[in-house]
Design a binder for this molecule. Structure first.
Ligand SMILES: Nc1ncnc2c1ncn2[C@@H]1O[C@H](COP(=O)(O)OP(=O)(O)O)[C@@H](O)[C@H]1O
Ligand SMILES: [Mg+2]
Length: 226
């Protein structure tokens, strides 16, 4: 089985990396039937791993027995390589959730990732740091034959329709700077941070019908990692 190693990463906290790694993993596994493993490298918080434990506790015994789950494993820089080797070739996707700074966890994690997706929103400082982050990744990982990284894609998270024209201007600026922007966006929606940031089921299809809805993001991720 061909395994792809992907990650929603960025240099800042609070921009949606963890949320989107979970939503992506749940969509790939529950909605698309892919084999997925989600590795939580956000040592020592392990927020995804702990979230899964809490979600399991909210089920009754019968539900817990019957539900099919993708594995979520907490890993450290010391166990990452062995964990990847253990799953490589046995799953369609290994998804890594990394911490939000260029620390040893992130750098070590980035040694294995093939496709990264970098979220950002319209805040101006964030844009400066995001393009700086992009070029750091490009120079050190993408343009380095010894690294695994094959592609980097930026996208808007917490996209607001009311700020459509502002986002459009930014998109243009990034394209002119030769920074690859995804077509699709992820909207700012409360359901993404509450109900549907869930490791036990995907976002229901009927919730996602609009032109800017997250199903387009899923589709584009699938295309870009093909
Ligand atoms: N598209 C979105 N719409 C609404 N809230 C979001 C969205 N993406 C992320 N959030 C919220 O932003 C906050 C930070 O997200 P999180 O995934 O923890 O970021 P990070 O892992 O980058 O630190 C959380 O409260 C999360 O629910
Ligand atoms: Mg996080």
């Amino acid at each position: 089985m061909e395994t792809k190693i992907i990650s929603v990463v960025g240099e800042k906290g609070g921009i949606g990396k963890t949320t989107l790694n979970i939503i992506l993993a749940s969509d790939l596994f529950y909605a698309k039937g892919k084999k997925v493993v989600l590795l939580d490298l956000d040592d020592p918080q392990y927020s995804i791993y702990n979230k899964r434990q809490r979600e399991l506790e909210s089920l009754d015994e019968e539900e817990r027995q019957s539900i099919e789950l993708y594995p979520i494993e907490p890993v450290t820089v010391a166990t990452l390589q062995d964990t990847i080797v253990k799953h490589y070739g046995r799953v369609d996707y290994i998804i890594l959730d990394l911490p939000g700074s260029l620390n040893v966890e992130m750098v070590k994690g980035l040694l294995y990732v093939e496709h990264v997706f970098v979220p950002f929103d319209h805040d101006e400082l964030e844009i400066d740091s995001t393009s700086h982050f992009y070029f750091t990744l490009k120079n050190n990982f993408l343009d380095n034959e010894e690294r695994m990284l094959k592609s980097i894609h930026l996208f808007f998270n917490k996209y607001k329709l009311v700020k459509k024209s502002k986002f459009a201007v930014l998109r243009q600026q990034f394209l002119e700077a030769d920074i690859p922007m995804m077509e699709s966006v992820v909207k700012d929606k409360t359901i993404y941070k509450e109900r549907y940031r869930n490791t036990l089921y995907p976002i229901p299809q009927h919730k996602e019908l609009g032109e800017k809805d997250i199903k387009h993001f899923f589709k584009e991720v699938a295309q870009l990692t093909r």
